[in-house]
Design a protein around this ligand. Structure first.
Ligand code: GLC
Length: 485
């Protein structure tokens, strides 16, 4: 085994510098998990894992301390373009920031697909070229989602003609398949990147970064075993299903993890009352009381409190919960919904809070601290996602004893055990039909279970005592990287 093994992550978000969703959690934590592997787990090799993200305006606004590293250029059809490379200070691993004209004055993501591709095509090529600029020769570049997918192809085109990259392999991880990037062949030509050519990918997809990344990668992976299977079917495959179904071992599923020390109710200073799995009754309830007070809800321990947190998008199924709750006025419940996103969903949530003002609260904002208080106070956590490649909130909510009700899809299946299949060891509730009727059925079912207090506490204890840490999966990633070298 070689003594040093180097990996470069190219990704659009990395917590705590920048995080919109689960992708930012992965960018912020998987590199740490890899670096934390013990010498036994790495067969004595030293892992050098570094990360590169765009120098988003939002990071500049936060004034995160950085140092300038160097300037270099990337080639385009119309000549070289400047790249300005910095490095973030005070991060647990080397985190590089790429800046340049296509990145300046842009949001993290844009509603305009051309602006977005312009930004991320530049970033993808510049991320690969960064390795050369800092003379860091990675064994593997691990690319994430369409934002970096053109880098996969750029590397592949470079490899046969460029000794610096001749031994660098690529892993391309799908976090969200439907987000494929824009269709602008002129941007591809600008950077000399050829479209996907595999005939099993439909013609109308072949200019898209997602298709190009899938086609060019040495290894493809996605963030749960169930999603890896789902995307080989027409329902979840978005046109890629036939191609993906033909990949065999070239397509792997590795479920995401969380950092146990970031999500530990026994040590969390941001919640009203810390609590452990053995003292749920005595300690955890304080959090519920405080939350009810904070949000001016009737202070009651016996009422089931639903919590829902996340990006308000079609994917996440907020609309299903809103409609299901409307139909449940006969049930005694409280609900708190927190998030931001698509305007129609935000408006419908507000309307629900208006009509059910005695029991529903809606907070339209991104608020990581309120999210924590919800995990600690809620009884039932709602994840009616239409599809969910992995999902992280359900793992966090279980750690905090807030029991998930989730659509049986993707990573939710891989991380939650339903009483139907696991009558003794269930940790939450899964349901099959991601429509209003199915969601309502599932919420009512969870409330029935909630009424059986002694069983519910046992359930909370089981959920809290699970190990969702990254360690095992970090080893799986390392094995995957090594198999390529
Ligand atoms: C995307 C997916 C989510 C996953 C996350 C990190 O946001 O929608 O399911 O957990 O990526 O992999």
């Amino acid at each position: 085994m070689q003594k040093l093994f180097s990996v470069l992550f190219a990704i659009s978000e990395a917590d705590p510098l920048i995080k919109i969703g689960g992708l930012g959690d992965i960018g912020g934590t998987l590199p740490i998990a890899l670096r934390n592997l013990s010498p036994e787990e790495t067969d004595g090799a030293k892992l050098d894992v570094r990360v590169v993200i765009p120098y988003h305006e939002e990071i500049k606004r936060k004034n995160w301390p950085t140092e300038w590293i160097c300037n270099y250029t990337v080639e385009t059809r119309w000549g070289p373009r400047d790249v300005y490379l910095s490095k973030a200070l005070n991060t647990p691993y080397p985190l590089y920031l790429i800046d340049g004209d296509p990145i300046r004055n842009t949001g993290i993501y844009s509603d305009n697909p051309f602006t977005d591709l312009n930004k991320y095509a530049f970033f993808s090529v510049a991320a690969v070229e960064m390795a050369r600029a800092i003379q860091f020769q990675p064994n593997v570049i691990h690319f994430h989602d369409w934002h970096t997918a053109l880098g996969v192809k750029y590397l592949k085109q470079l490899r046969p003609i460029d000794p610096f990259f001749s031994r660098t392999k690529s892993v391309y991880t799908i976090h969200n398949l439907p987000y494929s990037g824009g269709d602008f062949p002129e941007t591809l030509r600008y950077y000399g990147i050829r479209p996907a050519y595999d005939e099993r990918i439909p013609g109308w997809l072949r200019n898209l970064p997602m298709a190009i990344g899938l086609d060019a990668a040495d290894q493809i992976s996605t963030v749960s075993k169930t999603y890896a299977k789902e995307i080989t079917t027409p329902e979840f495959g978005h046109g890629y299903e036939y191609y993906l179904s033909q990949q065999g071992g070239r397509l792997a599923g590795i479920v995401n993890g969380i950092m146990p020390d970031q999500w530990d109710p026994t040590a969390d200073t941001k919640i009203a009352q810390r609590f452990s799995a053995d003292r749920i009754e005595e300690e955890r309830g304080v959090n519920k009381t405080r939350l009810q007070e904070e949000l001016c809800l009737p202070v009651r321990a016996d009422v089931p409190l639903f919590a829902m947190v996340g990006r308000m998008s079609y994917q996440k199924g907020f609309d299903l919960v809103i409609q299901a709750l409307r139909q449940m006025s006969d049930v005694d419940f409280q609900a708190v919904i927190l998030g931001t996103g698509e305007a129609p969903i935000e408006n419908d949530s507000r309307a629900l809070a208006d009509t059910m003002s005695d029991r529903v609260r809606v907070e339209i904002r991104f608020d990581a601290l309120l999210a924590r208080r919800l995990y600690a106070a809620g009884d039932i956590f709602l994840m009616p996602s239409r599809y969910e490649p992995c999902g992280i909130a359900q793992m966090i909510s279980m750690r905090y004893g807030c029991i998930p009700v989730a659509h049986a899809t993707g990573g939710l299946v891989d991380t939650i055990r339903d009483p139907f299949d696991f009558p003794e060891t269930y940790t939450g509730f899964l349901y099959r039909n991601a429509d209003v009727g199915g969601t309502e059925w599932a919420l009512r079912r969870a409330v029935d279970y909630f009424r059986n207090k002694p069983e519910w506490i046992k359930l909370q204890r089981r959920a809290m005592n699970q190990d969702f840490s990254w360690n095992k999966q970090a080893i799986e990633y390392l094995d995957m990287y090594r198999a390529l070298n």
